[in-house]
Design a protein around this ligand. Structure first.
Ligand SMILES: Cc1cc2nc3c(=O)[nH]c(=O)nc-3n(C[C@H](O)[C@H](O)[C@H](O)COP(=O)(O)OP(=O)(O)OC[C@H]3O[C@@H](n4cnc5c(N)ncnc54)[C@H](O)[C@@H]3O)c2cc1C
Ligand SMILES: NC(=O)c1ccc[n+]([C@@H]2O[C@H](COP(=O)([O-])OP(=O)(O)OC[C@H]3O[C@@H](n4cnc5c(N)ncnc54)[C@H](O)[C@@H]3O)[C@@H](O)[C@H]2O)c1
Length: 467
């Protein structure tokens, strides 16, 4: 008799493997299909290697600025192949750990390319010709870079995947797209000594973030020599021998490499979705309810396949929710879980300086019920001044509440400030008021005091804030 799993998951990235791990923990019998490596984009081609490169870039900057703190240090150069080796070793260690964890939970890992099939017996996955039957199927095939039809070749015209595999840094790079990937690469390449031109079609970098904080980031990138071309939509890139030429409305930019970072599209092609009755949205994402159900019975979707912020921790949240929901519906878990809301998901751009946020921006809050805003300038924070010695723009912490009501947004920009967004996530997620959190004591000297001060101002009792 054919084995029927409780759950079959297509795609072993953060969203798919989180679904599988939580479902197995709740006693479901799970199969996980992956055609490349468990861990997906995030572990192998995204979050982890980019942050390793950013850490290397930060180390170079620390050495270059050591003299400001009285430390003599001689910078002898950057060995890009070794930086890549550092990133690779982190990735392979984490990959080993993840593979072992998945095995230890009794999840059946099926290597191969899967397609969705829905027939009279229900949903199933066809994995390279073998049928994998399950009561429920979860689609978690993630996303891939948008290339705008430009001729990416992995040598001169690159996606982020190629950029992470370079063994030699370019002398000069042009980056197309000033979103999260464009900003992180501009920051890290510049700090490793590359001349960078960053081209963004919109008037500012990171269009979804609070413009006042983005302005700090733009000033700091410009001060380090990044050539920002804002409001400039690229019209074409050509390779010309060892150079690339990018056509902009106001002229041509030449460089050794071009990085295309203009967004990522959901991976839905060739999966048999249409035949199985899974509808797509006008943007090509899988159409799903708040509970992550698609239009085909017994078929769900998680992660980057669903329109919204493309973030690993959103994928984890989807996976955990869905596994708990399926366990609940099958009678194995009395508590009905709450679907994750995109609004509560924190975002971090790990550039130098880092920019992090959760909840509404000032514009969004003002347009949807009004707001009160409190800003704390990091020049008044001892820890921030140690972390950015000599930089005039130390950064900013912004806290937003509804008039007389709950906190709805926290926004941070500054050196090493991103981890602090976890506290902002608690404040916004718990819908705390400034009074609820004003008596919580923050350690000194720490960046967290800036958040405490911004909140104290909203509660009417600022201590270190200038009037
Ligand atoms: C350069 C870069 C940096 C990033 N940095 C961060 C960061 O710092 N923080 C953050 O939160 N997010 C970051 N992201 C985004 C993050 O990587 C994604 O949001 C996350 O990986 C999405 O998870 P997912 O499981 O939905 O999809 P993916 O991670 O894309 O995984 C999908 C998996 O499905 C597999 N698959 C696809 N089709 C099939 C098929 N037919 N059969 C079998 N297997 C299949 C793929 O091989 C892949 O392993 C970054 C992305 C990039 C590109
Ligand atoms: N730290 C993180 O969490 C992190 C890091 C990297 C990537 N990611 C995820 O990966 C996803 C993809 O990142 P991304 O930066 O490629 O996409 P993005 O959507 O964040 O930004 C793309 C940018 O390219 C611009 N653009 C589009 N066409 C253009 C053109 N022809 N000329 C000039 N500019 C153009 C857009 O205006 C936009 O600002 C993001 O949504 C993000 O969630 C997250």
């Amino acid at each position: 008799m054919t084995q029927v799993h409780d759950l079959a998951v297509l795609g072993g990235g953060p969203a798919g493997y989180a679904t599988a791990l939580r479902a197995a923990q709740l006693g479901l019998d799970v199969a996980l299909v992956e055609e490349r490596e468990l861990g997906g984009t995030c572990l192998h081609r995204g979050c982890v290697p980019t942050k390793a490169w950013l850490q290397a870039a930060k180390t170079r900057t620390t050495v270059a600025k050591a003299d400001r703190l009285g430390i003599g240090a001689i910078l002898t150069g950057v060995d890009a192949a070794k930086v890549r080796g550092f990133a690779d070793s982190l990735v392979s260690g984490l990959h080993r750990g993840l593979t072992g964890l998945i095995r230890s939970r009794g999840i059946r890992v099926v290597p191969g390319h899967g397609r969705l099939v829905v027939d009279a017996e229900g949903p199933a996955l066809d994995v390279d010709g073998e049928l994998l039957r399950a009561h429920n199927v979860v689609l978690a095939t993630g996303s891939a870079p948008v290339t705008l039809g430009l001729p990416t070749d992995g040598e001169r015209i690159l996606t982020s995947e190629h950029a992470l595999r370079l063994e030699q840094l370019p002398g000069r790079a042009v980056i197309l797209g000033g979103g999260v990937i464009g900003v992180e690469f501009a920051s890290l390449w510049r700090d490793l000594g590359v001349d960078v031109v960053l081209v963004e079609a919109r008037p500012h970098l990171l269009p979804n973030e609070d413009p006042d904080l983005v302005a700090v980031l733009e000033r700091r990138l410009r001060a380090r020599g990044v050539d920002l071309r804002l409001g400039a939509k690229a019209e074409g890139i050509v390779r010309d021998g060892d150079q690339v030429r990018l056509e902009l409305p106001d002229g041509t930019v030449t460089a050794d490499v071009a990085l295309i970072a203009v967004g990522r599209r959901p991976v839905t092609g060739g999966l048999g979705l249409e035949e199985a009755g899974v509808a797509l949205t006008s943007t090509g994402h899988v159409s799903a309810t708040r509970e992550l159900a698609t239009t085909a019975a017994g078929v769900f979707a998680v992660g980057d396949l669903i329109a919204g912020p493309q973030l690993a921790h959103r994928g984890y949240a989807h996976g955990i929710f869905l596994a708990e929901q399926l366990a609940h519906l099958s009678g194995g878990r009395p508590i009905r879980p709450r679907p994750p809301e995109d609004r509560d998901i924190p975002r971090i751009t790990y550039s130098s300086p880092q920019l992090a946020s959760v909840g509404l921006t000032r514009e969004q809050a003002a347009a949807t019920g009004g707001c009160e805003v409190s800003d704390f300038d990091l020049r008044g924070n001892a820890r921030a001044l140690m972390l950015a010695p000599g930089d005039r723009d130390a950064g900013l912490v912004r806290v937003i509440r509804r008039p007389g009501g709950a906190l709805v947004g926290v926004h941070l920009v500054g050196e090493d400030i991103a981890e602090l967004i976890a506290e902002g996530t608690l404040m916004v997620g718990w819908q705390a008021t400034p009074d609820d959190v004003k008596d919580l004591i923050h350690p000194h000297p720490s960046l967290s005091e800036a958040l405490a001060e911004a909140n104290l101002t909203l509660a009417g009792s600022a201590l270190h804030m200038h009037a």
